[in-house]
Design a protein around this ligand. Structure first.
Ligand SMILES: C[S@@+](CC[C@H](N)C(=O)[O-])C[C@H]1O[C@@H](n2cnc3c(N)ncnc32)[C@H](O)[C@@H]1O
Length: 192
């Protein structure tokens, strides 16, 4: 609950960055990570961890040896996440700089991206530049997973993002809808 209010405060400070009023549920977090073959993942990067709804699920699932970097734009959320999860390398910054961030941290390729960004409220050009850089950093047999709110599919940004995923990835699947998420959402599961 405390994380929920911290998240809400960040949303009120910066609605267009945070893009949600409440953290994702454990049900949605499971839909994000359960389909990945973690035995093939040496490096996972989480985009926009917020208060850590997916961070916990990643930590519970990934093998011990797998490196875990999380990139969060909000300095307040990033500092709090780093304090709660010292085993995660938390970077305060924007995933728009994913190539530089990987370079600075000695990461040549990412095997899995678990992404919590609010794509549907962004312009197609911002979506495209982040996705292009992400695709460049993703291993040939990597995993990309993100989520969408059902109502977000009605927004122009949500529709543009669905088209972009189909353009960038040969394989794009959707999980079942998690109705007990606030609001209901599903995971996109993409492979290069
Ligand atoms: C919709 S919230 C999701 C938070 C969390 N993953 C969850 O599902 O509960 C989006 C998060 O992405 C962060 N964010 C937005 N733009 C970002 C960017 N360019 N780079 C990194 N993080 C960003 C926001 O600060 C926020 O924490």
């Amino acid at each position: 609950m405390a994380q929920g209010f911290e998240f809400l405060k960040e949303f009120m400070r910066s609605p267009s960055r945070v893009g949600a009023v409440w953290p994702s549920s454990t049900g949605l977090a499971s839909r994000m990570v359960e389909w990945i073959d973690w035995s093939a993942v040496d490096t996972v990067v989480e985009y926009g961890p917020g208060t850590g709804a997916f961070t916990r699920a990643i930590l519970n699932t990934k093998p011990e040896r797998c490196r875990f970097l999380a990139i969060e734009f909000s300095p307040i959320l990033a500092a709090d996440l780093a304090a709660r999860y010292p085993q995660v390398q938390v970077v305060t910054g924007s995933v728009e700089d994913i190539v530089c961030i990987c370079d600075e941290h000695g990461i040549a390729r990412i095997d899995a991206v678990v992404c919590g960004l609010p794509w549907s409220i962004w312009t197609p050009s911002l979506q495209r530049s982040i996705m292009r850089a992400t695709r460049d950093m993703l291993s040939e047999r990597g995993y990309f997973t993100t989520f969408a709110y059902l109502q977000g599919l009605l927004l122009p940004g949500g529709r543009a993002f669905t088209r972009l995923l189909d353009e960038v990835f040969p394989t794009v699947q959707r999980s079942r809808v998690v109705w007990r998420n606030l609001p209901p959402a599903f995971a996109y599961r993409c492979r290069p």
